[in-house]
Unconditional design. Structure first.
Lengths: 300, 668
């Protein structure tokens, strides 16, 4: 007994001596508090300096979003906190730029108008970077995906492709790329038109589909996939096919006149991509397949 | 024999039971309280959960649709900033009115995060939970809370975040008051029923435990009583045993010491019990003891204490009796015991020896008294009286005996004993014909001890048996020595009656004779006269066996005891030794002379030789020759000495032989 404890004490002394030796060896000094934050990026002073002065002065950037698009951006259970990939990305961008990037809930359909009016600095709401929209804003591309057709589980109307929607009703969020896609599809239907149901939020579109008032709802692949795999919703929804229609880029919409902010966001995003933070955030939300390898503006 | 007060034991068992009962009541009550408390808490929790669920349904089916009517106006934040549109307000009124009117919902308010009342069922905007209320804060932060409010009737108040649309965005707080009385009543009823069931079950459980405890304590009590009885009583006779006797007697004696009372301690030993045991078997022995105990009991008072110490030994404590009273009582007992009984068809009469010690006369402690009673009893056994009161003199060395016995045991092991020999000469020629072996003890501290110091103690215990065996063996060995030196003397060895009672004594003698190659006629065993008065049949049988070997038998100390002459008749006696008392007096006491002459004649008539012991003067010597005595022994002829110092020459009287020759002979 006493022999054992004496041996333990001796071992303890040896350990202390050994660790003392180690700290003496040249090593990387680790900043306190940074150890457990994976992929944290340091603030880039140069980029911060390039921010428009007004933003630098007030210390935050306000991006409008429609939080009904899990897992991209949606409300947490408390009904007030916005969570998802995009809030995380916004926060990371803020880290790099040295300002706070806030997500503000707004109506998707009028989001670009609000930016043009100067209410917000940009839109970060899974907005597809389209030619039409480029007339009103520049896009810092951060995501790449296509559109899926979401139907009720069991697919009662046998929808397999966009063409099958002819003669049926389909829902989409007002002002989205998917609403436009439905309009384009409707044009090809001839005598059996598609009845397009446009709703203020994506959640409202899903309510319509859940209640069987529409046959399908169009939305981007990531949230559609999320719905069909999440245990609370997978019992009601499925993808009509694995196909992603009209793949394209998502972009943070910034006013065309705010070039400095646009470029700062682009460079900051590139910094995140380079540092691995971007990849890490994608992985957290199981969105790695939709990542971009380079930060671009308006697709170039 | 005596009744022990039973009350204290009963009280202690009931206390044990009470302890049991109390100890098991604690966990039972604790368990009950715990279960009931848990159940109550669960019931309350269940009520709140029900309230929350109900509020949720109201929120989603009544409030949200009303707020969702119209445009996307609601989106983007806090109700308190914007309030409701007229249309939304109207829809709220329509959809809640009936429920409020019917009392399904007692109150319903929509609150902004700042606490502003956006809508209330009665149109007022000043009522409602304060913003600082933790429930309001929790609901504003996204968590639902339910609380039971006990007023005239019970109401449950639910505060929960207001999710206006499908996005899950909270735009305010919904404050709903739902009737809870019926739910509470039902839960109360459930709780009451459960409490009753659990209480009943636990009561039954407790009852079972208590019964068990009662049963166990009763068994324990009985067992303990049995154990106690067994520990203190003799199983065969049911009498108190030695331990019980000691305890009780100590108590009585203590009391007596304080109060100056008198009384007697008596030890009783049955005579010939061993014989019954050996001949009729242990079963008969047991039966005998039972009968004896009953007869004892019948002869005693209730205040007297009777115990069986073991074997055939009994003890009595007779408080408040004087010596004569005790003797009178014991005489009665003795007579009862002596009444004939029939065991296994054999009629028996039991005799016993009673030794009495009186307190405080002979001591006031039990040990002392029993020792004295023991001495008295053995005195009785040796003599004729069967009821003996300790005399204070005589063999009062009981304690010293114990020491001697212990030391003697060591002496045998360490070979501290030696044999001295006293010559016995033929009359009238004076030729030495035999030596009597006399044992001495070379005590390491006390020097050479004569047999009188230790033989009684040895005889009193079983030590006499190995001692005699040792003497026999040594004497025969010494005889080989003097035979080799050219002497043909016989050797006499004293044998105790105890030796004769030990089975196999004749075999031992035969074996020793064979071992040493001694002709049997050269060994004489001297048996004390009183030995012949003991267990006659047995002693006779053994003596006959020994005599059959060819060994000579001698009756020692003849005339000193109480030998019935009839005993001599059947015995193969070779020699009779006249006790020294008579021999010493022959020169001046005519009666002694007459006795000695008669004994000589008697012996010759029986075909035995006669030896006179204690011959100390020439006068006596001469008289003995004249009287026709065959042999003589005494200091005149020779003191006991180691055998090489024995004078082998012919003994002559000083007048007829020169003094120098005698001294020369002694010194050789």
């Amino acid at each position: 007994m006493s022999l054992l404890s004496r041996a333990a004490a001796a071992a303890g002394i040896a350990l202390v001596l050994a660790s003392g030796g180690c700290t003496g060896a040249p090593g990387v000094a680790v900043q306190a508090g940074a150890v457990d934050e994976v992929g944290t990026v340091a603030m880039d002073e140069a980029l911060h300096a390039k921010l428009p002065e007004t933003i630098r002065m007030r210390g935050f950037v306000r991006l409008v979003t429609d939080a009904s698009y899990a897992p991209m951006e949606y409300f947490a259970a408390d009904g007030r906190t916005i969570i998802g990939f995009e809030p995380d990305l916004a926060a990371a961008l803020g880290e790099v730029l040295g300002v706070r990037v806030e997500m503000v809930v707004g109506v998707f359909n009028t989001a670009l108008d609000e930016v043009s009016a100067g209410t917000y600095d940009g839109v970060l709401s899974s907005m597809t970077d389209t030619e039409d929209r480029r007339d009103r804003a520049d896009f810092v591309n951060y995501f790449s995906t296509g559109t899926s057709i979401l139907v009720q589980r069991g697919n009662p109307k046998g929808v397999r492709s966009l063409d099958d929607l002819c003669g049926h009703s389909a829902a989409a969020e007002t002002g989205t790329f998917q609403e436009e896609m439905l309009r384009q599809t409707a044009k090809k239907c001839g005598s059996r038109p598609v009845r397009i149901v446009s709703l203020p939020t994506n959640a409202d579109a899903l309510v319509e589909l859940r209640l069987g008032r529409v046959v399908a709802a169009l939305q981007d692949y990531p949230p559609a996939s999320y719905l069909t795999t999440d245990e609370r919703t997978s019992a009601f929804f499925e993808l009509a096919s694995d196909e992603q229609y009209e793949p394209g880029l998502f972009g943070i919409a910034v006013d065309k006149h705010n070039v400095a902010l646009r470029d700062c966001l682009r460079d900051a995003l590139q910094r995140l991509i380079d540092s691995g933070t971007y990849g890490d955030l994608l992985a957290r939300w199981e969105l790695s397949a939709s990542g971009v390898s380079k930060a671009t503006v308006n697709g170039a | 024999m005596w009744l022990r007060p039973a009350r204290p034991r009963v009280r202690s068992t009931s206390r044990l039971f009470a302890t049991f009962a109390a100890a098991s009541l604690v966990p039972v009550v604790a368990l009950g309280a715990l279960v009931v408390q848990d159940y109550r808490r669960d019931a309350a929790e269940q009520g709140r959960a029900q309230g929350l669920a109900q509020a949720d349904v109201i929120a989603q089916m009544v409030v949200a649709p009303a707020l969702n009517s119209g445009e996307a106006h609601i989106l983007g934040g806090d109700l308190s900033r914007r309030g409701l549109t007229a249309e939304q307000y109207e829809r709220m009124r329509e959809s809640t009115g009936l429920a409020v009117y019917r009392g399904s919902v007692q109150h319903l308010r929509l609150r902004g995060f700042t606490g502003r009342v956006i809508f209330s069922d009665d149109g007022s905007s000043s009522n409602g939970v304060p913003v600082s209320d933790p429930d309001f804060q929790a609901a504003a932060a996204g968590a639902a809370r339910a609380k039971v409010i006990i007023g005239r009737t019970q109401t449950i108040r639910v505060m929960q975040p207001l999710f206006a649309g499908a996005t899950g965005q909270s735009v305010g707080v919904l404050e709903v008051y739902l009737p809870y009385q019926s739910i509470a009543d039902r839960l109360d009823h459930q709780v009451t029923q459960t409490v009753r069931r659990i209480g009943g079950g636990l009561a039954a459980l407790y009852l079972v435990l208590a019964l068990l405890a009662w049963w166990i304590t009763r068994s324990l009590r009985r067992y303990a009583a049995d154990q106690r009885h067994n520990a203190l009583h003799d199983a065969l006779t049911g009498l108190p045993n030695r331990v019980a006797f000691r305890a009780e007697a100590d108590a009585v004696l203590n009391q007596a010491r304080r109060d100056g009372e008198t009384g007697a301690v008596v030890l009783v030993d049955l005579n010939r019990f061993k014989e019954v045991n050996d001949t009729l078997g242990h079963h008969a022995g047991d039966e005998l003891l039972r009968v004896v105990s009953e007869r004892f009991r019948a002869g005693l008072d209730s205040r007297d204490l009777l115990a069986r110490l073991g074997g055939d030994e009994f003890a009595l404590l007779l408080p408040g009796r004087t010596g004569p009273e005790a003797v009178a009582l014991l005489e009665g007992v003795r007579d009862r015991l002596a009444e004939e009984m029939v065991l296994d068809g054999v009629p028996l009469s039991i005799e016993a020896s009673f030794g009495i010690a009186l307190y405080p006369e002979h001591g006031d402690h039990l040990q002392e008294l029993t020792q004295h009673a023991d001495v008295a009893m053995y005195q009785g056994k040796r003599g004729t009286a069967d009821i003996v009161i300790y005399s204070g003199t005589g063999v009062a060395h009981s304690h010293q005996w114990l020491v001697v016995q212990a030391e003697l045991r060591h002496a045998l092991e360490r070979d501290e004993l030696v044999l001295h020999y006293q010559p016995k000469v033929n009359l009238p020629d004076g030729a030495v014909i035999a030596l009597e072996a006399l044992v001495r003890w070379e005590h390491p501290e006390r020097g050479l001890l004569p047999p009188g110091v230790f033989l009684p103690a040895a005889e009193h215990s079983g030590l006499i048996v190995p001692l005699t065996e040792w003497v026999l063996r040594r004497a025969l060995t010494d005889q080989l020595g003097w035979t080799a030196a050219g002497q043909s003397w016989a050797v006499s060895v004293n044998v105790s009656v105890r030796n004769l009672e030990v089975a196999g004594f004749p075999d031992l003698v035969a074996a020793l004779l064979a071992e040493t190659g001694t002709p049997p006629e050269r060994l004489v065993l001297e048996v004390t006269e009183t030995a012949l008065a003991g267990d006659v049949e047995r002693v006779e049988r053994v003596l006959a066996q020994v005599a059959a070997l060819g060994v000579g038998l001698s009756v020692d100390d003849f005339g000193a005891g109480f030998t019935s002459l009839s005993h001599l008749r059947g015995q193969p006696v070779a020699e009779i030794k006249i006790d020294r008392k008579f021999v010493a007096d022959v020169t001046h006491d005519p009666q002694s002379r007459a006795i000695v002459r008669s004994v000589i004649e008697l012996a010759h008539g029986l075909g035995s030789r006669v030896t006179a012991e204690g011959v100390e003067t020439a006068e006596v010597y001469r008289w003995l020759i004249d009287a026709g005595c065959d042999e003589a022994q005494g200091y005149l002829i020779g003191r006991p000495v180691p055998w090489p110092q024995v004078d082998a020459g012919i003994f002559g009287l000083p007048g007829e032989m020169s003094e120098a020759t005698m001294i020369e002979g002694m010194s050789r």
